[in-house]
Design a protein around this ligand. Structure first.
Ligand code: EPU
Length: 333
């Protein structure tokens, strides 16, 4: 237990691992996998994990670099990025080179390699909308395999790597299909429109959208460098129309997003706020003052304290709304 992981998880939890190996290439990854005898954990930006204990084993920190324009066509460009590339750096690269599709996903913490696993999304788009394919190493054999979009079975904060193939592959490189101008802008999210209007922008570029998203996120979500957190702690629950009808009767102001299959998605942040948790502090932990869905570490919290708070919140929501919140953050035990 001699490697501190505090700087490697955005919750800023102090926990230790036996060893941390930085992986910089596919060849190195394959060698390491061949030699490794201890249990191991694959780490990206550490922005979606909660460390409960010290880890008995080795952490493989995915640092494979490289952003590359792979192919250019009349209207689209295929851009690839190594698993270790910082997500926001990739977005900035695309925006600077006038490649459209990633701008709404500005400022999401984490790395490229982790992004398809949970189909990251924000402000009207998900990675599945721009994903082309990825390369991953099969842990059991060391073989490199290509996965196309269909094979990933993308869902809301979900992919095959969180289900059937969990723990079986390590993502090493991801390709995105981006647009050349004129871009298809995604302006459906109300807050983006408000920010653009307030800054007097009536013909937005992808840079304007990226800047608007950066502004919205910085105002609403805590910066992990200042206060430990892992973004949304729970997923937004999807409920059937019958339960929704009864909740709507009781709470006519409930924000809700009808889904194509007849179900209804509710914002977990609203449900949590209604239970009185918004901005509440419990010891070293709490929920963020401007976004109740984000659990925070006020400093020195243990993973177990954050988990205990999460369980209390989940219980309140279950009692008040008969809804069971599912964690979005992955617990490492
Ligand atoms: N709301 C409240 N109280 C709160 C928080 C939210 O009433 O404390 C209400 C808001 O007023 C709004 C609704 O809930 O009506 C939705 O809130 P918001 O726009 O902040 O988005 P969210 O549903 O809470 C999701 C994603 C975020 C993503 C935003 C923007 C999930 C679990 N979270 O949050 O993703 O940035 O939409 O698109 O789907 C993440 O996954 O880590 C993440 C930050």
């Amino acid at each position: 237990m001699n490697k501190s992981l505090q700087a490697f998880n955005t919750f800023g939890i102090e926990a230790y691992a036996d060893q941390l190996i930085e992986i910089n290439s596919v060849a190195q990854l394959r060698e390491v996998l061949q030699d490794i005898t201890e249990p191991f954990y694959v780490l990206g930006g550490g922005s979606n994990i909660l460390l409960l204990n010290n880890l008995k084993g080795v952490v493989l920190k995915m640092s494979i670099p490289g952003i590359k324009v792979e192919r250019t066509f009349k209207k689209v460009v295929y851009l690839s990025a190594g698993a270790g590339v910082n997500w926001h750096q990739l977005v900035l690269y695309a925006v600077e080179n006038d490649l459209g599709g990633l701008e709404n996903l500005s400022l999401i913490p984490g790395t490229v390699g982790a992004s398809p696993m949970q189909n990251i999304g924000a402000y009207g788009i998900e990675i599945k909308d721009v994903f082309h394919r990825l390369e991953a190493v099969e842990i059991a054999t060391g073989k490199v395999k290509v996965f196309r979009k269909k094979a990933l079975a993308f869902g809301y904060r979900n992919s095959i790597f969180k289900n059937k193939l969990k723990g079986k592959y390590i993502i090493t490189k991801v390709w995105f299909k981006l647009t050349k101008p004129p871009h298809r802008l995604r302006l459906s999210y109300g807050a983006i429109q408000s920010v653009l209007a307030a800054s007097g922008v009536d013909q937005p570029t992808i840079r304007d959208i990226s800047n608007a998203v950066i502004k919205i996120r910085s105002e609403k979500l805590p910066d992990p460098r200042e206060i430990g957190n892992a973004g949304s702690f729970f997923k937004n629950p999807v409920i059937d129309v019958k339960l929704f009808a009864s909740l709507y009767q009781q709470y006519p102001k409930i924000p809700h997003y009808p889904q194509a299959d007849g179900t209804v998605k509710l914002p977990a942040g609203w449900l949590i706020e209604q239970c009185g948790w918004k901005g509440k502090r419990v010891g070293n932990t709490g929920t963020h003052v401007r976004q109740a869905l984000v659990l925070v570490n006020y400093g020195n919290a243990k993973g177990s304290e954050i988990q205990a708070l999460a369980l209390k919140i989940r219980e309140s929501v279950r009692q008040k709304f008969k809804i069971s919140l599912e964690m979005e953050v992955n617990i490492w035990d």
